[in-house]
Design a protein around this ligand. Structure first.
Ligand code: SF4
Length: 165
């Protein structure tokens, strides 16, 4: 898969110590994006999921993995493989997406891999970054339109349910 980078021990991408994977390629081009270098789908570097999983599991202090970007759901197949390995090893899974939960559900009709990745995600931080709604006072998000979605409950209910942190 194509990635922009990965970091260990992040404390800004969800609760606890997190392994954050920045996927490469994003179609959203939000004004004021903090990671514009991740937009180009042919940028970054090609890394195998096995190598990423090995790095993820190499740190016993890690509480979970966060998929960030870029747009992780553009590489849902590979992200699902990594999310499966994370879950199998007791790690929780967070994912950022410029797509809303509702848009992702629509995508699942044509792309079953989006469903597979969603089903392995505990919390989705959804929606594009909106510069006019930027706030430094909201946890884990950049702008107030973005939501923290409890994906397990939302898939069960068929409607977005907010994650209570
Ligand atoms: S979705 Fe994220 S990475 Fe993509 S343009 Fe918007 S803020 Fe940047």
């Amino acid at each position: 898969m194509r990635i922009a980078g990965m970091i260990q021990d992040s404390i800004v991408d969800g609760p606890g110590f997190r392994f954050t994977l920045f996927t490469q390629g994003c179609p959203h081009h939000c004004e004021g994006c903090h990671n514009p270098e991740t937009h180009d789908f042919s940028g970054g570097s090609e890394v195998g999921t096995d190598e990423i999983i090995k790095k993820l599991l190499s740190n016993p202090l890690t509480d979970g993995i966060t998929f960030s970007g870029g747009e992780p759901f553009e590489q849902a197949e590979d992200c699902a493989v990594i999310a499966r390995a994370a879950r199998d090893n007791g790690l929780n899974v967070w994912a950022y997406s410029g797509y809303t939960f509702e848009e992702l559900i629509q995508k699942t009709e044509q792309q079953p891999e989006v469903r597979r990745f969603l089903e392995l995600t505990d919390v989705l931080v959804d929606g594009r970054f909106v510069l006019a709604q930027r706030s430094l006072n909201i946890k884990w998000r950049g702008s107030t339109n973005q939501r923290l979605i409890d994906v397990v409950k939302s898939l069960e209910a068929g409607t977005p349910i907010l994650y209570a942190d």
